[in-house]
Structures are given as structure tokens and as C-alpha cells.
Design a protein around this ligand. Structure first.
Ligand code: 5GP
Ligand code: ZN
Length: 137
């Protein structure tokens, strides 16, 4: 399924040209237009899924295998020192394009990309609350 007004549907299916570094029957991987670092790319399924919650289970598995393959290629060819996988779901999480995508962000020592958060602390009360809500019985 594709959505008429979705820019990533058009990019993933080649309706709009993109700087593609990989393509197969399920995914296109192209360079981000506003990269966090040199080589920042997006793995985008050709079918439209708004986010991780909608993404087909088989594609969930394939996307991580592909991230590993391309991450290794980035290490070899770009000489990056590390790699961030970023995947935003929902506006509150920073998602701006509502077609599932996984960011591959090569990291270089002192690149200043600043993908981080302010560490909080886990109180005993919150820990217990979270365990009762989230842990399996
Ligand atoms: P999000 O914030 O939804 O996780 O990430 C959306 C990403 O898509 C951003 O990093 C943004 O730079 C990228 N992006 C948005 N529109 C385009 C586009 O038309 N072409 C490309 N190559 N990247 C885009
Ligand atoms: Zn789409």
C-alpha cells in the first residue's frame, strides 16, 4: 500500500529521484537531505507504514539485518568510528516524516552531532511501578 501524499512513498519507489545507496524489493536506502553527519542515510520500506507499530513483522527483521550490512559498509568505506541507529515514532519522539524509516548515522570522533539525552535517575518507587507495568508475569 502506498499513500498519495507521502514523500517517502515517492522517494522509496523512485517516483522522485534520490541519492540511493541500496535498493532491493522491500527497501530503498538513500542519503538524508539534511544529514547529521557525513553519510547519514535512511532505510525506507517501499510500502507505506507510518511507524514501527504498523511495520510488518518480516520487514522488522529484515530492516535490522540491512542496517548491519550497510553499517559495516559505512565503517569500511567511510572510516567512521561508530554508528547510531535512530528510529523515531510519533511527533513526541521527533518524527517528522510519517512513513517508517531507520536513520543510519555514521559517527566520527568529535563530530559534534549531539545525539544524546540528559540522564535522569531511576527512583526505587518508579522502578517498582515500571516493573509492575511492563515486565511479563
Ligand atoms: P524523522 O525526524 O521523521 O525521524 O526524520 C526525517 C528525516 O527525513 C530528516 O532527517 C530529514 O532530513 C529527512 N528528509 C525529509 N525530507 C526529505 C527528502 O525529501 N529527501 C531526503 N533525502 N530526506 C528527507
Ligand atoms: Zn509513505
Amino acid at each position: 500500500m502506498r499513500e498519495d501524499n507521502c514523500i517517502f512513498c515517492k522517494l522509496a519507489n523512485g517516483e522522485i529521484p534520490s541519492a540511493t545507496i541500496y535498493e532491493d524489493e522491500d527497501f530503498r536506502v538513500f542519503l538524508d537531505l539534511n544529514p547529521a553527519t557525513k553519510g547519514h542515510a535512511l532505510i525506507v520500506p517501499k510500502e507505506h507504514y507510518a511507524n514501527l507499530f504498523e511495520l510488518d513483522e518480516e520487514l522488522c527483521k529484515k530492516v535490522m539485518v540491512l542496517a548491519k550490512k550497510l553499517g559495516r559498509r559505512m565503517k569500511e568505506k567511510l572510516g567512521c568510528d561508530g554508528l547510531n541507529l535512530v528510529q523515531n515514532n510519533g511527533e513526541a519522539a521527533g518524527q517528522t516524516v510519517f512513513h517508517f524509516h531507520l536513520h543510519l548515522i555514521p559517527r566520527y570522533k568529535e563530530d559534534g552531532a549531539g545525539i544524546s539525552w540528559k540522564p535522569g535517575s531511576l527512583t526505587p518507587e518508579t522502578r517498582e511501578e515500571l516493573l509492575s507495568l511492563l515486565a511479563e508475569d
